[in-house]
Ligand binder design. Structure first.
Ligand code: NAD
Length: 435
């Protein structure tokens, strides 16, 4: 079975490479020619642990190739559409790239095929695609099936998530699609059956529901952390107390400065829009992004209130710019938002991230008082405080002998990584969230 991947971003590239690694013959296509040129040499245009090595292995084994043209699509049996579906600006998902793909496929694809939409798309999109592209789906010469196959991988651990998924959702009513899904996903479905079949609408909604549920858990913990600050309670104790309840579970219960990234904010916004468009009231979904915004303001105010009217003479050292560890993705990164809010108020900001600095630089180029530094301890002595934004592993056990040289000996811990008692031994104050 030959597989054709359309879109070589985080989802498309990981999907293609994992299928190639499992022995399928895979062609990955993208309209971005420079991206394809780099990939042909095994050069991954973003940071994802382990991906580069797997690409080089599959290129050497000759079961992975890259192309900036759709011409070879007819040599393939299964097509995965993995293009971006960003927020249009009003919360709706922008399906421009998806529609361009189907318009192009309508001109090129002239044989039996199965197309999976892996991109995150609003409920009803699969049905609309079938209706809007009759040359593909209503022709009598060949049979093209369409199914929804939302992706649940997370950046930073994407290969592991793809190879060992909790579940593989396929939205289809077709027996043929189900049979092919079993063959395709067999390498990742061996230990137990992870395939879950449902209607295309349910599959599409499941993706939004999963991300919104996780965003809601984080947000609720963040609200509780503010309540902890206002009382003698401690958010670590609350997390342990509720996480030990099997019905609640331990994941996604960490308070911090809020969620970001390329998925949660846009998927929450899109689900909110879907509720509105379907005239179904949901007070809950409307509150999630609002409460998330409040959390970054809350942390920002902790910092600015501490320095009060002296901020303009103070320098800050900021650790972490990516929206989470193990990725260079800065889309909707809360750290970047915080830097933009702090920059006009403070004298100078020193920024450090192990991987994401080169992505952050263009995003922050209009802010004049920023300096990107090469090591996490550069400029400690010239900084009044450390602001921890992203919990990269190298920040977990910092050298406190060095950090005691911070001018004001204070750490604003946006991820609640540090124990205030450990810092106190070095005369460093700790400001966490709910701790
Ligand atoms: P991305 O922005 O990293 O990559 C999209 C790729 O599609 C780009 O390389 C772009 O050049 C390419 N593209 C755009 N139009 C094209 C066209 N007409 N033909 C061929 N290629 C085209 O996106 P991503 O992060 O991989 O996300 C893809 C989809 O998967 C989105 O719907 C997203 O919501 C969803 N998703 C993302 C993640 C994640 O962690 N990034 C996880 C699960 C689901």
């Amino acid at each position: 079975m030959n597989i054709f991947i359309i879109g070589t971003g985080y989802v498309g590239l990981v999907t293609g490479v994992c299928f190639a690694d499992a022995g399928f013959s895979v062609t990955c296509h993208d309209i971005d020619e420079s991206r394809i040129d780099r990939l042909k040499k095994g050069d991954v245009p973003f940071y994802e642990p382990g991906l580069s090595e797997m690409i080089l292995n599959s290129l050497a084994a000759k079961n992975l190739s890259f192309s900036s043209s759709l011409d070879q699509v007819n040599n393939h049996d299964v097509i995965f559409v993995c293009v971006g579906t960003p927020d249009s600006g009003d919360g709706t998902s922008d399906l421009t790239a998806l529609n361009i793909v189907f318009r192009s496929l309508q001109d090129k694809l002239t044989k039996d095929a199965l197309i999976f939409i892996k991109s995150t798309v609003p409920m009803g999109t699969n049905q609309k695609v079938v209706k809007n592209y009759p040359k593909l789906f209503q022709n009598t010469k060949f049979n093209i099936e369409l199914a929804s196959n939302p992706e649940f991988l997370k950046e930073g651990d994407a290969i592991n998530d793809f190879k060992k998924p909790d579940r593989i959702i396929v939205g289809t009513n077709s027996k043929k699609v189900k049979d092919i899904s079993y063959i395709l996903y067999k390498p990742f479905n061996w230990q137990r059956n992870r395939l879950v079949f449902m209607s295309p609408d349910s599959a599409e909604l499941t993706k939004y529901a999963a991300n919104s549920m996780l965003a809601m858990r984080i947000t609720f913990m963040n609200e509780l952390s503010r309540l902890c600050d206002a009382s003698q309670a401690n958010i670590h104790e609350i997390r342990n107390g509720i996480g030990s309840d099997k019905r609640v579970g331990r994941d996604f219960l960490y308070s911090g400065i809020g969620y970001g990234g390329s998925c949660f904010p846009k998927d929450v916004a899109s689900l909110k829009k879907i509720f509105e468009q379907d005239n179904v009231q949901s007070d809950l979904i409307s509150s999630i992004d609002k409460a998330n915004e409040q959390q970054i303001n809350y942390f920002f105010e902790k910092i600015t209130k501490h320095f009060d009217d002296k901020s303009s003479s103070k320098n800050l050292l900021i650790w972490g710019l990516s929206f989470k560890p193990n990725t260079d993705d800065i889309r909707e990164s809360v750290s970047i938002k915080l830097v933009k809010k702090l920059s006009p108020i403070f004298k100078k900001l020193y920024l450090y991230d192990p991987i994401a600095a080169s992505n952050a630089e263009p995003e922050l180029k209009t802010f004049r008082n920023l300096e990107f530094i090469d090591s996490q301890y550069d400029m400690v002595e010239d900084s009044n405080a450390l602001i921890l934004c992203t919990e990269w592993k190298e920040f977990w056990h910092p050298d406190l002998n060095i950090l005691r040289n911070l001018k004001d000996r204070i750490i604003f811990d946006g991820r609640n990584l540090y124990d205030p008692l450990d810092l106190a031994k070095f005369n460093i104050s700790h400001v966490g969230i709910g701790t």
